[in-house]
Write a protein that binds this ligand. Structure first.
Ligand SMILES: Cc1ncc(COP(=O)(O)O)c(C=O)c1O
Length: 383
């Protein structure tokens, strides 16, 4: 039986309750009478999803939840919308390319100055590095909540507190932690970016961001277009959420998020976190007894999200991943995981690692089967 150990990339299946809702929606007729008609279906679905996500991140105003096609689009929108010519931006050395590439592109084009805050080989960061790196023209701090390569949770609350004391705007990339770690956005950060298809359990092509008051006043719409509101003007509306939601929205995707996040709230994120930590702990302690494998990251499930990157000494990561899939039906993700920066930080560039990541459908027997497969594969040191 196949074992899916690639939750950090995407959740493999929607929950039965979500599928039921989506089927009912797909079987219906959807009349579009324009936006902003009270009670209209797409608006009502979006509001339901905004409320669920506002509940998840403990935000007061659901209209501050903006939907996009995912964390990548969100990061592009908020980074481009918040930077200014000549401004200095800080980001960590474990960012995903979804943040790193737009930042690097802005640097190459002479728009921003950019500095990477160096994390340790295990992905950890001393928040005081933020204080030392802030300059007079520092405008933005972009930080992933947890590395998608090492799993390590970054000290975001402390780092953002220091940044905000210096008037620096803060963006949190919560792609790896949404629905997996409890988090109160509150005054912690100015923008929180989420992916819909990972821990939030929605369809691929969903995600968004939650934007606080200070940032929404500063952020220029990076995408513009029709909103069905203030249509007399060639400018984007100045009210939320329309200011940042041009075009026809992905209602079926947004419905998947509404239904899935409501389910997460019913279960409780703490409960989800504790269960998945238990799976990581089981995996890590099993790995310790298998020769020639080197797990990367903090190796402490309490300090990380449920993923473990492994180096098999002397073996190509892709070769190991393929072997696990072809011989045992175990699905992992190998290589650089769209984060060359994190691999450079951990010393696993350019070879990469084999990443095992667990989620809502992972059972203890899946962990045990994976460990047995690794042990039986006897990866002997190559000369
Ligand atoms: C930390 C991090 N940020 C951003 C993304 C991009 O997410 P999306 O697929 O929603 O664009 C990912 C996806 O792997 C990620 O792990």
């Amino acid at each position: 039986m196949a074992v899916y150990a690639n939750y950090a990339a995407t959740s493999p299946a929607l929950s039965p309750a979500v599928v039921k809702e989506l089927c009912e929606y797909l079987g219906g007729v959807h009349l579009n009478a324009g936006r902003n008609f009270e009670g209209l279906e797409a608006e009502a679905i979006a509001l339901r999803a905004r409320r669920a996500i506002a509940g998840l991140f403990e935000v007061d105003d659901p209209l501050r939840v903006i939907f996009t096609s995912g964390a990548t689009q969100s990061l592009n929108m908020v980074i481009h919308g918040l930077v200014r010519q000549g401004g200095h931006v800080l980001a960590t050395s474990v960012e995903h390319n979804a943040a790193a590439r737009p930042l690097e592109n802005l640097r190459k084009n002479g728009v921003i100055e950019l500095d990477w805050l160096q994390c340790g080989p295990d992905g950890s960061l001393d928040a005081e590095k933020v204080r030392n790196a802030i300059k007079k023209n520092t405008r933005l701090l972009v930080m992933t909540h947890a590395s998608n390569v090492l799993g390590t949770i970054l000290p975001v609350t402390e780092s953002f507190r220091i940044a905000r004391e210096h008037g620096v705007l803060t963006i949190l990339d919560a792609a790896q932690t949404g629905g997996i770690l409890p988090f109160t956005m509150g005054k912690c950060c100015d923008v929180l970016v989420f992916a819909g298809h990972k821990g939030l359990g929605g369809l691929a092509g969903t995600g968004g961001f939650v934007i606080g008051e200070a940032a929404s006043g500063e952020m220029r719409p990076w995408m513009s277009g029709g909103t069905g509101s203030a249509s007399h003007s060639l400018d984007m509306p100045d009210f939320m959420p329309d200011r940042f939601e041009p075009g026809t929205q992905n209602t079926i995707g947004i419905l998947s998020l509404a239904a899935s996040v409501e389910e997460i709230l019913r279960t409780g994120v703490e409960k989800i976190r504790d269960r998945e930590r238990g799976l990581s702990a089981r995996f890590l302690s099993g790995l310790a007894g298998i020769k020639n494998l080197r797990p990367c990251g903090t190796l402490d499930p309490a300090l990380s999200v449920p993923l473990v990157s492994v180096v098999v000494r002397g073996y190509d990561a892709g070769e190991v991943s393929r072997h696990l899939f072809e011989k045992y039906g175990i699905i992992t993700r190998s290589g650089l995981h769209c984060s060359p920066l994190a691999h450079r930080s951990s010393g696993t560039f350019p070879g990469g690692t084999v990443r095992f990541s667990f989620g809502s459908g992972t059972k203890e027997k899946d962990i045990d089967a994976t460990l047995e497969a690794l042990a039986a594969s006897s990866f002997h040191p190559k000369r």
